[in-house]
Structures are given as structure tokens and as C-alpha cells.
Design a protein around this ligand. Structure first.
Ligand code: KG4
Ligand code: ZN
Length: 343
């Protein structure tokens, strides 16, 4: 691996992040998350881009100083081209372009989804990195997919959600329970004290490896509306059990397809990526399969699972080695398929 020093920027959603990588070692990984969205129950795109504009320069400065490098040491600028919120992506893209121009170094566009997956190859992400080919369950607020990873630049999506992402399901169901945004981590915490078998919700019957999460959301909503008519304090009195039951259902849906694909494709190297991989129930389900199914599992260090620039820097480093640079005319792309980035 090349030992170039690369600065990367991530601004696809509501986290502004900058990181410096040398080889595959992260020298700094700074993120500013945007608390402003909490009051709105979700990310407000206009507020997100404005916050990126405010956060970006201090975040980049901090990442350079914490990495103990100087601007002249930087060999390239990596940035998230997509997918994500267009306004947010534009802030990072324009900044990355101007920086590459002013430092006179190459610009490298990165697909955010590829970055979630290749975060596993950051030096301190795992004790040992996954071996090709492996399956990567990529689960975040925006995406849920099973990816067959044959190589760094050879990946195939074998299953994906046809509606909501798993993180979105956690967040939307949490909103029904009057929890703050993002509800995923709160549901996880409350679930630890609840009974996962207290309630059961309809699970989708989908063929193949595709997912659907809108059914469980509707099923929870109707159930809660019905119970609230009988007892206005139903949520308050049952919150921990509700969270544990919802979490169990979502994790079962995720694991069913992952187990099915691993068995049918005969792959036992299994990784998870994206914000939802922080979920404790998902982690324990993976660990259970380590014993029961003889899987070798890879769960990256927490700071590399949620949106972060370190993972963008990792892909930028690999692209630098391949000489894959972007033109200054490159533009941000809200819809940017994973497979499209290998063409
Ligand atoms: O990867 P990420 O930081 O951003 C996106 O690219 O979407 O993922 C954020 C998502 C949110 O939906 C959040 O609720 C969920 O990950 N999440 C969790 C947990 N931590 C974060 N969901 C369930 N349990 C958690 N512990
Ligand atoms: Zn993400």
C-alpha cells in the first residue's frame, strides 16, 4: 500500500468529518455531528448544508493539526461524491475541489457506500482484515444491503432494501415511541432492560436476499394506535419491552437474509458496516453465528462504522495507488450506485 498522506472530507448527511491517512493508518479522524436536527425528528437538508458550511473549516483544521502534518505533506484530497443529500455533498465537494486546486494536488472522488465497506481495511479497524471474497451487510440510516465483496474494486450488491433502510426503521419506529432523533441508539439502550418477546410484529415475506422494513413500521404504528386508545400511557409503561421487541424483529430480518446468502454462496467471512452495526443485538447475533455457523466475523471499531472521513480516506488511498483521480469538473451525485463507481 502506498504511504501517501491524504486528507479526506465527508459531508453526505448530517456529520461533517475530515480525516488524515498515511498508508492505511489514520492520523486523525474528526467529526462534528449536527444536534440541530434532533428537534425536527430527522435530518433537515437545508439546515444540514448550512451546518456543513460552518463546521467544515474548523473540522479540517483540527484534523490537520491533530495529525501533526503540514499542508505541504498532503499528496491528495479525497471527498465523498455521493450518495447522500445533494446540498450537503455540494459543500464538501466544492471545498475539496478548491483545496486540491490551492495545494496543487490530485482530487479523488469516493463512493460513500464503498467507503463504509472498505473501512474494514483501516489499520486499526479490525485485529485482522476480512479475506476476499466476503459478504458485507451494510446497514445505515440511508442504506441496507448485502454486498458480495470480491476485491477492493469488485463488489456486487446481492440484496437490498426495497423501501426503508434498517436505521430508518429504528428511527421512524423510535419516533412513534416519542424518542429523539436518531432513535436507533436510544432504542438499543432501552432494549437492554426490556423483554424482546413481549410483543411480536409482522415480518416481511420477501423472496431472495432483498429486504423490506416499511411493513414492520406500519405494524408497530397500528399496534400502538390501538393500544393508546385503551391506555394513553401504554408507550410510557411498556417502552423498554417495546424497544426490545422491535430491535429483536429488525435484527432477525437482517440476519435471516445474511444467513441465507452466506449459506447459499458458501461464504463464511462475514462483515458488517454502517451506523446500525453499532447495535448491540446485531453484534450479538453476529457473534452467535461465529460459534454456530463457524463464521469469521468482522465488526469495525465504532468510530469507523458511523459516517466518518477516515473511511473516505481509506478508499482515496487505494484509488491513489491505482492512479484513479478525478477531474476538477466532477460534481456531487445524490444517487450514486455502488456498482457505478467501478466503471
Ligand atoms: O452510517 P450512519 O452514521 O449514517 C448514514 O449513512 O445513515 O448511520 C446512522 C443510522 C441512524 O439511523 C441511527 O439510528 C443508526 O444508524 N444507529 C443505530 C445504532 N447506532 C446508530 N441503530 C440501532 N442501534 C444502534 N446502536
Ligand atoms: Zn453512511
Amino acid at each position: 500500500m502506498s504511504d501517501k498522506i491524504i486528507l479526506a472530507i465527508e459531508s453526505s448527511c448530517d456529520d461533517t468529518s475530515a480525516a488524515v491517512i498515511c498508508g492505511n493508518k489514520i492520523l486523525s479522524n474528526i467529526a462534528a455531528s449536527q444536534a440541530i436536527h434532533n428537534d425536527y425528528g430527522g435530518v433537515v437538508p437545508e439546515l444540514a448544508s448550512r451546518a456543513h458550511q460552518q463546521n467544515l473549516i474548523p473540522v479540517v483544521e483540527k484534523s490537520v493539526s491533530q495529525a501533526k502534518i503540514q499542508q505541504k505533506d498532503i499528496s491528495a484530497i479525497g471527498f465523498t461524491r455521493g450518495p447522500g443529500l445533494l446540498g450537503s455533498l455540494l459543500v464538501g465537494t466544492s471545498f475539496a475541489k478548491s483545496l486540491s486546486m490551492s495545494l496543487n494536488v490530485p482530487l479523488i472522488e469516493v463512493n460513500h457506500l464503498q467507503a463504509h465497506i472498505l473501512a474494514h481495511f483501516i489499520a486499526d479497524a479490525n485485529p485482522v482484515p476480512p479475506k476476499f471474497p466476503f459478504l458485507c451487510l451494510t446497514v445505515s440510516g440511508g442504506h441496507t444491503m448485502i454486498v458480495l465483496v470480491r476485491d477492493y474494486f469488485d463488489m456486487e450488491i446481492i440484496g437490498k432494501t426495497i423501501d426503508d433502510a434498517a436505521g430508518e426503521a429504528f428511527d421512524k419506529i423510535g419516533k412513534i415511541f416519542n424518542l429523539d432523533y436518531p432513535a436507533g441508539p436510544i432504542v438499543d439502550k432501552l432494549a437492554a432492560k426490556g423483554n424482546p418477546d413481549a410483543f411480536s410484529f409482522n415480518k416481511p415475506k420477501m423472496a431472495g436476499y432483498d429486504y423490506s422494513f416499511s411493513g414492520i413500521k406500519t405494524s408497530v404504528l397500528y399496534f400502538i394506535q390501538k393500544e393508546l386508545r385503551k391506555n394513553p400511557d401504554f408507550i410510557k409503561e411498556n417502552l423498554e419491552d417495546l424497544c426490545a421487541s422491535v430491535q429483536k424483529s429488525i435484527v432477525e430480518i437482517l440476519m435471516d437474509k445474511l444467513e441465507k446468502s452466506a449459506t447459499e454462496l458458501q461464504i463464511d467471512e462475514i462483515a458488517i458496516a454502517g451506523g446500525v452495526s453499532a447495535n448491540s443485538e446485531l453484534r450479538s447475533a453476529m457473534k452467535k453465528n461465529e460459534k454456530q455457523r463457524n463464521w469469521k466475523i468482522y465488526i469495525p471499531k465504532f468510530e469507523y462504522t458511523t459516517d466518518n472521513a477516515a473511511m473516505i480516506a481509506m478508499v482515496a488511498q487505494l484509488k491513489y495507488e491505482r492512479g484513479e483521480f478525478s477531474d476538477l469538473s466532477v460534481s456531487a451525485t445524490a444517487r450514486y450506485d455502488l456498482e457505478e463507481s467501478f466503471k
